[in-house]
Every structure is written in structure tokens, then in C-alpha cells.
Design a protein around this ligand. Sequence first.
Ligand SMILES: [Zn+2]
Length: 262
Amino acid sequence: MGRPPSSGGPAFRFTHAEVAEMEEHLRHLNNAIPHRDVIQGLADKFTASPARAGKISVQPKQVWNWFQNRRYSQRNRTTRGAPLPQGKMLPTGAADEHHSASFGAQSASSVYPTGKNSSNGGQVDFEAKSARDGAWYDVAHFLSHRLFETGEPEVRVRFSGFGAEEDEWINVRKCVRQRSLPCEPTECVAVLPGDLILCFQEGKEQALYFDARILDAQRRRHDVRGCRCRFLVRYDHDHSEAVEKKLVHLEMSFLGPPLHLK
Ligand SMILES: [Zn+2]
């Protein structure tokens, strides 16, 4: 958000009126991503507006990205007021145990079909890696589960903001994990070369969340804007390298394979 695209071309920007309309949807849906029909409708409406008609067409993906980004930044503001549990940021066994305790004892059938309503009563959100583009998306529902031929458990995932056409069978061990949260500016000190993080990669058409490895961390003095550090990362899915200013999501990535199902 707000960052110019890294590769050529003028940055696409939503108008104030468009942002206001999308914010209204977000409020109405209690910060959930609208259904794809709504996203499509907004894209069509914006494209047909006097300001854009005949000049630029707004893609549903751009609208969807706006919602996803806004949700993450809002959740960052609303859920991070409370202090984090000790050691949550560190790639230690303690964090891993915490995670195992939450999920390891439950079978796939007890966890996945409900997804968001876990047995502890709290809301547990998941993200899953799409085989189509290798990017991580929020999970709306787990529809069913099966054991693949190799014995690997798989779940049928409905992605948040997408319809049934985009459902995928996804490997539970490798490609489903508890949803990553944005990192605080002060958490950059815990980021070390070799760490796996979730990064926001901006392309020409869209910006998506991909796993990346930290190659090098260049520490800089923080100022009122927060972290000014730079991180050289290599993206897992295309092996491209880039210098990123901000690590969007962090902590769950330290937990390794997120789910420890037997
Ligand atoms: Zn920093």
C-alpha cells in the first residue's frame, strides 16, 4: 500500500471516493473480504466511473488486494495493542511447542471442516498456499479432507474472497498454516539471515504474499516512521532477489511446517 511499484509504470491508485466505498463495505462486513461478486461489481463500477471510463479499467484483483491489505493493516492496529507472549518472535522450540499444543493433538477431521471455530473457542485463522501461483491466501473454509495417495493429508480449501472455481486441494503439512500477522517495527531485530518470512511482493498487476528467505539484514536507525532497515530477500517461488523495506508477516513463518498432524 502506498509504495510505488518496483518496476516501471505509474502507480495505480484508487480515488478517495473508491476508497470510501470500499471502506464502507469493510465496515459492513466487519472487516471480512467481500464475496467475489461484490469485488467484481466494485471493479466494474470503478471502471465505468467518469474519472476512469475509457482510460483505465480496474481489475477485480486490484480491488481484492486493497481489501486484503487494508484488513491486514487494520488487524495490526486492533490486535497488536496487547503485549505478545514471550518468545513468540523467536525460532525456538518454545514457540514450536506452543503451536503443537494447539494443533498437534487434534486429528485433521476435528480441525479442518470447521476451520475458524476451533475447539478452544477462540478464532483460529489459517492461510494456505495456492498451487497456482505459490502465494499465500487467507482460508475462508475447509470444505473436506482426504489422504492423498502418498499418505499426505490434504484439505479442500475455499479461499477468502474467492468462489468455488478457485477451490484447491492443499497439502496440510506443507501448505497450510496459522495465519501470519504483520510484524511490529521493533520486531526487526529478531530477523536474521536464513530466516523464512512472508513478504509482500509487488508486481505490475498485483501484489501477493510469498515466502522468502532473508539473505542479509541492513540495520538502520529507526525514526518516527518506525523501522528503516532493509532486508535482502530471495523469494522461494521464483528465486528472485529483492531488497524489501518492510517485512509484512513474520512470526508464524518461524514455526516451520505449521501443523503437526500424525
Ligand atoms: Zn528495523
